[in-house]
Design a protein around this ligand. Structure first.
Ligand SMILES: CC(C)(COP(=O)(O)OP(=O)(O)OC[C@H]1O[C@@H](n2cnc3c(N)ncnc32)[C@H](O)[C@@H]1OP(=O)(O)O)[C@@H](O)C(=O)NCCC(=O)NCCS
Length: 213
């Protein structure tokens, strides 16, 4: 499944040279594959800096695989990786003595040359729609409310939750896909996804992609 974006009308000539406009203006959102991994890591370093690996969210993701069917790449018509977004299984504290199952979204990043053209928004809407169709109840993230509130995220229901390291409470945001899925949750957010390595009869690379049956 893929979404296609045609954004030429949003591009101003002072932002991008005419030579690269066509390449960035048309893109598709695809399931991430092993071929995207190297370019994804380089893109994340360029968009977010090497300090990204010290974030509290990274501690939740480290050593785990993204949620099945919820790792996406935005790819140009010429095959260049322009954006990346993945979601991860977490327990968002507990409610009534039971873990609150949710997804943690991130990192979201768009190649610096392609920012402001709608790719980030397209990736967000694609991921939210996919998570909803797969039956997930809620998505959490740590990010700027000024950007993420346009997709329905807010800090209204996250006051009882904590990251496993430093975080700004105003930037811990949630979107309920199912009414009441996060409301009342209290405690620390912990990763619950499959760990990288052996899983049954399948072996995974250091990035979580299956390499042998
Ligand atoms: C944040 C990011 C993913 C947005 O992707 P994008 O493709 O540039 O975003 P879009 O084109 O869909 O949307 C652009 C709009 O978002 C706004 N925006 C971008 N980042 C923002 C932020 N941090 N806070 C508030 N608004 C922001 C832009 O001002 C623009 O607003 P406008 O529509 O009113 O002109 C991208 O800028 C990026 O990769 N940044 C560096 C990495 C990063 O910060 N990731 C998020 C970690 S929480």
């Amino acid at each position: 499944m893929s979404d296609t974006g045609l954004l030429a009308s949003q591009i101003t000539s002072d932002v991008l040279s005419q030579a690269i406009v066509p390449a960035l203006a048309a893109f598709s959102i695809q399931a991430e594959t092993a071929e995207h991994v190297g370019a994804r890591e380089a893109l994340l370093d360029r968009a977010m800096g090497k300090s990204r690996k010290r974030k509290s969210s990274e501690a939740i993701r480290r050593g785990r695989r993204p949620a099945e069917g919820l790792a996406f790449s935005a790819v140009s018509v010429s095959g260049e990786l322009l954006g990346t977004l993945r979601l991860w299984h977490v327990a968002a504290g507990t409610k009534d003595g039971k873990p609150v199952l949710a997804l943690l979204l991130g990192p979201l990043a768009v190649s610096p040359e392609a920012q402001g053209l709608g790719l980030g928004g397209a990736l967000m809407r694609h991921a939210i729609d996919a998570a909803s169709r797969l039956g997930h109840g809620a998505i959490l993230l740590v990010g700027d409310p000024e950007y993420y509130e346009r997709f329905g995220f807010s800090a209204c229901e996250t006051g009882g939750l904590a990251m496993p390291g430093p975080f700004e409470p105003r930037r811990l945001l949630a979107l309920e896909l199912s009414h009441g899925a996060i409301a009342g949750a209290c405690g620390r957010i912990v990763g619950t996804g499959a760990r990288i390595g052996e899983m049954g009869h399948r072996r995974f690379s250091s990035d979580g992609f299956a390499v042998a049956a």
